[in-house]
Structure formats: C-alpha cells, structure tokens
Design a binder for this molecule. Sequence first.
Ligand code: ATP
Ligand code: KDG
Length: 401
Amino acid sequence: MSESLPGVVVAGLTCLDLAPKFRAETGNDMATLFRPGKLIPMDDCHLSLGGPVPNTGIGLAKLGFDVSLCGKTGDDVLSTTLRAILGEERSRSMTLDPEGTSSYTVVLAVPGRDRIFLHHEGVNATFGAEDIDWSAVESAGLFHLGYPPAMKRLYRDDGAELAVIMRRAKELGATTSLDMSLPAAGTEAGELDWTSVLRNVLPHVDLFLPSIEELAYMLDRDLFHRRESEAEDGDPVRAYQPDDYGALSDSALEWGAAAVTLKSGECGFYLRTAGADRWANLGRVRPGDTRAWSGRELWGPSYRADPVVSATGSGDSSIAGFLSAFMRGFGPEEAVQAANIVGWQNVRAMDALSGLEAWPATLQYMEDHTRPRNPLELDPASWSWSERHQIFHGPHDQETR
Ligand SMILES: Nc1ncnc2c1ncn2[C@@H]1O[C@H](COP(=O)(O)OP(=O)(O)OP(=O)(O)O)[C@@H](O)[C@H]1O
Ligand SMILES: O=C(O)C(=O)C[C@H](O)[C@H](O)CO
C-alpha cells in the first residue's frame, strides 16, 4: 500500500551552482593556490542547482513528497540553464523576473578545505510574498523557507516581509519551517541586528533549522568570533561547546519556535524542543505523539564519509532528511538520524542532490547501527548515550530513559 504523505511548499533562495573541479595534484595550500596572475589547471565544471528551493525541495521529492518550488530567477541564460536542469514541470511555480539577473554561486571546493562561495544575489534580493504560490500553501502540510540572510527584502525592516510570509503560511494551516544561511560579514546582512529579526519571525515558525555557526553569528557575535579564533586553521564548528548549544537554543525556543535544530557538519545534528503547550499549536503536520517531541535535547553523531567529496548543500539535505522523518510521523530520535544520514548521502557527491537516495534506502541506513560514525565527545556527566536509539540525550532532555 502506498503511503499518504502531506504536500510541501519550499520557498526562498534559488541559484545556479558552478563548481569547477580541482585536481588532487593541485594541492590545497590556499596562499600558494590563489596568487594573482596564476593559471590553475582544472577538471570540468560541475553545473547544478543551488539554494534550499532546489536542494531541500528536490531532496524532499526524492524522499517521496509532492513538492511545489517557489523561487525566482531573472530572464537570462543562467535562468534558461537553471530551468532546463529543473525541468518544465518543476519550473512552473517559479517566478521569472524580466528586470533582474539570476542568482549564481561559484563553488570553490578545494580538496580538504571548507568550500568558498562567490555568490551573486540577483533577483533573490526582491523575493517576497507575491512570489509564493499561496494556493499550494492552502493545502500543504508543510511550508519551508530557506536563506533569508541572502535575500535583502526578507531581512530588511527587522524581517517584516519574512514575518508576513511565515505568519500567512501558519494562518493557512501549514506547519512552518525556516532554514538560515551565514550572513556575509561586512555586508548589510552581516551587520544586521538579527535578534530583532528572529524575535519578529520565530513566533510564526514551528521548526527552526539553522546551523550552530549561523545562530551564534545572529545571537552572539562575540561567541562566533571567539570560536572562530580558537579553531585557528581548523573547522570552527569543532570549537563550540555543548553549553553554547543550550544557550543559543534557549533564545530560539523562548521567541516562539517549537523545535530548533543546530546543524554541526562533522559534529552531527543537535535538536532541542519546547514544551507540550507549544506542540499543541502546530500546523497540519504534527506528531502523533506530541509528548515524544516535547522538552527534548538530542544530539546524533554524523556518519563517516570516505571520501567527503563536497559538503555543498549538506545542510539543505540534512533538513530534507529531518523533515521527511518528521512528516512521516517518526519520533525525534529517528528524525535526527534521518538528518545525519541524508547529510552523509549529500557529502558523497559534488552537488547537493546526486548522492541522495529514496526513503526506503534511507530508512535502511538509519536502522543499520553498525554504520561508522564520526567521533563526538560529550561529557558523560551531562550527556548519556542511548544504545537503543544510537543518540546522546542532553541535560535538558525531559524524557525518562
Ligand atoms: N564531513 C561530513 N561528514 C559526514 N556528515 C556530514 C559532513 N558534513 C556535513 N554532514 C552532515 O550534514 C549535516 C549538515 O551539515 P552542516 O552542518 O555543514 O550544514 P550547514 O552548515 O547548514 O551546511 P550548508 O550551509 O553547507 O548546507 C550535518 O549535521 C551532518 O549530518
Ligand atoms: O552548502 C551550503 O552552505 C549552501 O548554502 C549550499 C547552497 O544551497 C547552494 O548550493 C550554494 O549556492
């Protein structure tokens, strides 16, 4: 018998990713690599869709959901390419703005280094409520929006337009989820008071899904810079402490989210949830067992990928995994595992979508407890490991184990 799954609308940033492939022999010493006047011999260029609209949207479609994509492109050759990759059917709900340029990202994925993005905002800067297919939201179970920090109209005026969109989606009965991106330092988004934006927006967001670095940047800039300098040349995510997760998620829950997840790259996926009262106020997609989702603090280690080809879009993919389990009625432990599995599927491929598999295969990976994980060391005095769920329970976790 086929499953009956809710419909989904995914809105927000859409772009074209151009990822020139570096050769292994090129090495990864950045100072030597990027010198004025130099020619770097490259392999072919991987062309793919970028941003949460295609990455999370098509990710969810691969996982079995019927998804409407609400993004925006200009009327140019990048748009023609983007729409050709997307296909006619999926492009139908996308807005075409004849006045603007399409957004693109040049992805510099130097082997063994975190990727660098050269990003052009293009028409994502003017994306607003009128670019959303509200008739689809009326019947959708879930409305997901991603990357306001790279979408000017959504973050200006303390996020007024974003708040309008999230409120309307909720009023139309959809469960709402929101993903972030890292505001670019030194730009308007980077200098913004994100606390005011989040205070305005989070009352209308059920599932808030940023990464640890994004939320630290938005709520505690000193902490963000401290962890960055502590990491020196390594991954700053590794420098964050469990108490940072607790403090940052506290604010997000206090301002109205029912759940906050903090994506943490190789350090895995963290989930914290509000109490039962907030869970009673979800949209059409809601857990069968509200209690299982109330007052939770869980952290699942990531899965070992060998090799990690590119982490581009791993956050978008992990969200597709998390939402997929959530919308199928699984508990929070399984939703965290699904996020880590789909994030892991993602990093095995250059782009955000080619590594992703269908739900039955994903479920099999989730159930395989022998699959190797990356190390995650948490203080056993406050974090306990559950053999049954293969997950850590934190000091704020209210479930009796
Ligand atoms: N190197 C890795 N090995 C295994 N899993 C990974 C790795 N990097 C990311 N993941 C998986 O993908 C998830 C999301 O990654 P990450 O935390 O980097 O998201 P993000 O910062 O939002 O990313 P992005 O903005 O790059 O899409 C992680 O929680 C983890 O499950
Ligand atoms: O990997 C990331 O951090 C991304 O933000 C991926 C984006 O969705 C996109 O593919 C880059 O343009």
